[in-house]
Design a protein around this ligand. Structure first.
Ligand SMILES: [Zn+2]
Length: 255
C-alpha cells in the first residue's frame, strides 16, 4: 500500500485537515488499559505478570506520544488500546523502541480509497502509512482494526501490518528488509527466502495471503501478521520463515 502515496495532493490534505478539526482528546487512564487489554488482546492475555506490566507501560507510552484522531467517527478507548497494542506487539522484543516516524494515527470508520474518501465507490484500502506530505501519519480502518483483534481474525491483522511497514520504513527504505531490526548478514538470506516463498504463493502452493506477492515490503508485512496471529501454524508450515521473523522481531510467540 506504500505506493498509494503518490496520489496525495494538497487538496486532499486540506480535506483531511478540515475533517479533523479539534476533536476533543479522550484521556484514557492507565488503570483502564488492563481491563481493555485483557478483554480484547489475545497476545497480552498470553503474557506472564511481568510481561503484562511491561506491555501496559508500552501502551501508556504510545498513547501519550501519538495523537489518535477519528475522521467521520469518534475514537473509543477500545480503539485507542487496540491501536497502541498493534504498535507494541511488533516491538515487544525491543523494550526501548520509539516510533520516531509517527505522530498521528487517523481512524476511519471503514475502508477508504486513494483520495481518503470513506464514502462512495472503490473503498478498498484498510490501512496505509503516509510518506511525503503525509509523513508521520498512519491511516486505519476501524472495521479492519477491530477484526484484526477478533476471534475470527485468522492470520490477518491490518493494524499490525501497518506498524510493521513503519518499522521497515524506519531505516529509510520500505523494502521488506527492516535493517534496524536485523543484522546485516541476514539481509541477503531473508531476501532469498522471501523470493522462494513468493514463487510458491504464485504457484498456489502456500497458505500465505497472495497480497504478499505485491513486493518484498508487503511480503514482510503479511508474513508478520501471520507470525503474530498464528505463530504455531506458521512455525509448523514455514519453519524457516518463522525462525527468521523470530530473529527480526526478537520474539518467539510460540513458546
Ligand atoms: Zn501493506
Amino acid at each position: 500500500m506504500v505506493y498509494i502515496i503518490a496520489f496525495i495532493v494538497i487538496g486532499l490534505a486540506g480535506y483531511l485537515i478540515l475533517r479533523r478539526k479539534n476533536r476533543p482528546e479522550v484521556s484514557i487512564q492507565p488503570q483502564q488499559y488492563k481491563a481493555l487489554l485483557e478483554t480484547n488482546v489475545a497476545y497480552y492475555r498470553k503474557l506472564d505478570a511481568t510481561g503484562k506490566v511491561r506491555f501496559e507501560k508500552l501502551v501508556d507510552t504510545f498513547l501519550n506520544g501519538i495523537n489518535i484522531e477519528g475522521v467521520g467517527t469518534e475514537v473509543s478507548d477500545t480503539d485507542r488500546v487496540l491501536i497502541a497494542s498493534s504498535a507494541v506487539v511488533p516491538i515487544f522484543g525491543f523494550p526501548n523502541w520509539k516510533y520516531k516516524n509517527l505522530t498521528n494515527v487517523i481512524l476511519y470508520p471503514d475502508t477508504f480509497d486513494q483520495e481518503f474518501q470513506f464514502e462512495g465507490e472503490n473503498r478498498s484500502i484498510l490501512g496505509m502509512v503516509g510518506s511525503g506530505y503525509m509523513n508521520g501519519q498512519m491511516l486505519l480502518s476501524r472495521a479492519a482494526l477491530t477484526k484484526g483483534f477478533s476471534a475470527n481474525a485468522g492470520m490477518e491483522n491490518t493494524a499490525i501490518h501497518e506498524f510493521v511497514h513503519l518499522l521497515d520504513k524506519s531505516d529509510g527504505a520500505t523494502d521488506g528488509i527492516p535493517e534496524n531490526l536485523m543484522a546485516h548478514e541476514y539481509a541477503a538470506p531473508w531476501l532469498h527466502m522471501m523470493h522462494v516463498e513468493m514463487h510458491r504463493i504464485a504457484e498456489g502452493k502456500s497458505d500465505i495471503n497472495p497480497y504478499a506477492l505485491t513486493n518484498e515490503a508487503e511480503f514482510l508485512a503479511v508474513a508478520s501478521e501471520y507470525f503474530f496471529e498464528k505463530p504455531d501454524q506458521l512455525q509448523h508450515k514455514h519453519p524457516e520463515i518463522y525462525a527468521q521473523l523470530s530473529l527480526i522481531f526478537g520474539q518467539n510467540p510460540v513458546s
